[in-house]
Design a protein around this ligand. Structure first.
Ligand code: PMP
Length: 433
């Protein structure tokens, strides 16, 4: 296959050797194949330029192909590559930085993906409590290890589907009995779940601001209630900051809302696209990581704290601190949400835009959803028309009618204004459906 091969031919080739044509489900549903990236933009094989509002589902925070980050990675690779022996210098530096930034972090370990991080959190919680069950919120995504994958967001999910039917094939069928699923923002449901299962729960998993099904904040007091119930019942509160960490704030969403978890899973934005994730928490709990040969919870991984990703993270956080990236992306995000809200009003279409900082969601329904069930009545036909019209104008947003989207710090105010102009046309197209 040559460089000249068109996007559609590349998809065809890919499907012959990769199931469905791509190694991650979220990459499907596009006709484009992107071959170049830079700053706020992606270019497809045909040379079309797109303002990127996917940003690889979270990691790209400074901008695509950031030469400062890439240079740091090259330097690390050429100085001391993966040794597999002892800690490496950059790893210690980064651990110190995360402990300084993140309120809940007394100790931190690095792995390669958010899935790893939440899986290890479950293991630590079970080791610490001697209990088995975990609690999570309906529609929340925490990666693919069996216990947290139960009750995830599925396009074909009906409102009252029993838990067994919302598992993807291949998960251990036994896990459903050990997972308690509660609707987000349902305080009474949360209290009832703890009354019933509290003494058997090892951990409760939550995002501090839902991004699994768009952008749904916790109602006032909801996270505080979760914190209080966890403490009262001896359950570890695992905050999933894979999307919010180093993006909602350098210290994560926990530093915004002040609710401090026992363990924090993070990843994505920390390394501007290099595969790094981690788990941080109170010493008391992180201290449960030991040797599997002694029957203790373990973290072990050939590529954990890979020096390339660590170098990328140290460079990314250094730049974010010195350039006040968070303040910049918040201002851009607010400009965009205000523009989209005006465009919705102008088009007279039933839709809302929600979000925080650099992230937002567009729901084709009358009001902002409070939980996953609320998102299930969104008008997918209108969303399809909206998303296609944006794409046509070179603005790349998710194909999911309940998905979240985000900008990176290379985006300019002009880019935002252009996106708002494109959104005017896109909302009008949705109104016409
Ligand atoms: N938790 C959340 C909240 C996520 O959004 C994701 C990924 N989208 C994960 C966990 C899993 O992370 P990864 O894809 O790195 O395994």
């Amino acid at each position: 296959m040559s460089q000249e091969t068109s996007s559609s031919q590349r998809w065809e080739h890919a499907r012959k050797v990769i199931p469905r044509g791509a190694s991650s489900g979220h990459r499907l549903g596009w006709k484009q194949v992107f071959v170049r990236s830079g700053g706020a933009y992606l270019w497809d094989r045909e040379g079309n330029r797109y303002l990127d509002f996917l940003n690889a589902w979270g990691p790209i925070i400074l901008g695509h192909s950031d030469t400062r980050v890439n240079q740091a990675v090259l330097e690390a690779a050429n100085t001391c590559d993966l040794t597999g022996v002892g800690p490496q210098l950059g790893e210690i530096e980064l651990a110190e930085k995360v402990c300084e930034l993140m309120p809940s972090a007394e100790k931190v370990v690095f792995c390669t993906s958010g899935t790893d991080a939440t899986m290890h959190a479950a293991h630590i919680a079970r080791a610490a409590t001697g209990r088995v069950k975990v609690l999570k919120f309906h529609g929340s995504y925490h990666g693919w290890s069996d216990h947290v994958a139960v009750g995830g967001a599925r396009a074909d999910l009906t409102v009252d589907a029993p838990l067994e039917t919302v598992n993807s094939a291949g998960l251990h069928p036994g896990v459903t009995g050990d997972v308690v699923v509660v609707e987000w923002n349902d305080a009474a449901g949360l209290r009832a779940a703890f009354d019933r299962h509290g003494s058997q729960l090892a951990a409760a998993f939550a995002e501090g601001y839902i991004h699994s099904f768009g952008c749904v904040p916790p109602q006032a007091g909801f996270l505080e209630l979760l914190r209080e119930l966890c403490t009262r019942h001896g359950v570890l509160f695992v905050l999933d900051e894979v999307k919010t960490g180093f993006r909602a704030a350098l210290g994560g969403i926990q530093s915004v809302n002040g609710v401090i978890p026992d363990l924090t899973a993070f990843g994505k934005a920390i390394a501007n696209g290099y595969s790094l994730a981690g788990l941080a928490g109170r010493d008391e709990f992180m201290g449960h990581l030991g040797a599997y040969t002694r029957g203790e919870a373990t973290i072990d991984g050939t590529y954990n704290a890979s020096p390339y990703a660590i170098a990328a993270a140290n460079a990314t956080l250094g730049i974010m601190e010195s350039e006040e990236t968070i303040a910049r992306i918040y201002a851009l995000g607010e400009r965009l949400r205000a523009g989209y809200a005006r465009a919705i009003e102008e088009a007279g279409v039933e839709a809302v835009v929600t979000g925080i900082g650099s992230e937002w969601a567009v729901y084709f329904r009358a009001t902002a959803p409070q939980n996953f069930r609320d998102t299930m009545d969104v008008d997918t036909a209108r969303y399809g028309a909206y998303q296609a019209a944006l794409l046509e104008q070179g603005v790349l947003e998710t194909t999911s009618a309940t998905g979240d989207r985000r900008l990176n710090a290379s985006t300019t105010e002009d880019d935002i204004d252009r996106a708002v102009d494109a959104a005017r046309i896109a909302f009008a197209a949705a109104a016409a459906v």
